[in-house]
Design a protein around this ligand. Structure first.
Ligand code: ZN
Length: 152
């Protein structure tokens, strides 16, 4: 298994489940936002597409990708959280997650809010894998930045 040894068993289980059965896998026929991310350290790739509803909130999410279990599981978990969010809310979520990867401790409340995503905290023990965990999230950030540039 490509999950690093030493991750808590529960965390491993969630990560492996998302890796084996990724949520929202696929391509949108008409994506309002789209971006492609690549992590050269590991060869991970994530292509993220989002569709916006009339209210400007995310109503469709899909990703394609390949690479290690951490990168793909993290992208899968991210897509599971995005539906119904505004782009501002999605950006705030990215910021929170980047903070976690940089070592921020979560309150119990935040941990509950993040649900399965909190399982990725274990990745911090493996600094080289943090880029894997972040890939889907930085790809989302790029997609939002690009969208704002073209829809200002
Ligand atoms: Zn990786």
């Amino acid at each position: 298994m490509q999950t690093p040894d030493g991750l808590d068993d529960l965390y491993q289980e969630i990560i492996i489940d998302h890796y084996k059965s990724p949520r929202n896998k696929g391509t949108l026929a008409h994506a309002d936002l789209r971006s492609e991310g690549f992590n050269p350290f590991c060869g991970d790739q994530v292509i993220l597409g989002l569709g916006l509803g009339a209210d400007g909130r995310i109503d469709e999410v899909a990703f394609e990708g390949q690479g290690c279990s951490i990168s793909q599981a993290s992208a899968s978990m991210l897509t599971g959280q995005l539906k119904g969010m505004s782009l501002d809310e999605a950006e705030a979520l990215v910021k929170t997650f980047k903070g976690i990867m940089a070592g921020d401790e979560l309150s119990d409340e935040q941990e509950e809010e993040l649900g399965e995503i909190a399982a990725l905290q274990g990745v911090r023990q493996f600094p080289i894998r943090i880029k894997c965990a972040l890939l889907g999230w930085t790809t989302l950030q790029d997609a939002i930045a690009e969208y704002r540039k073209t829809h200002a």
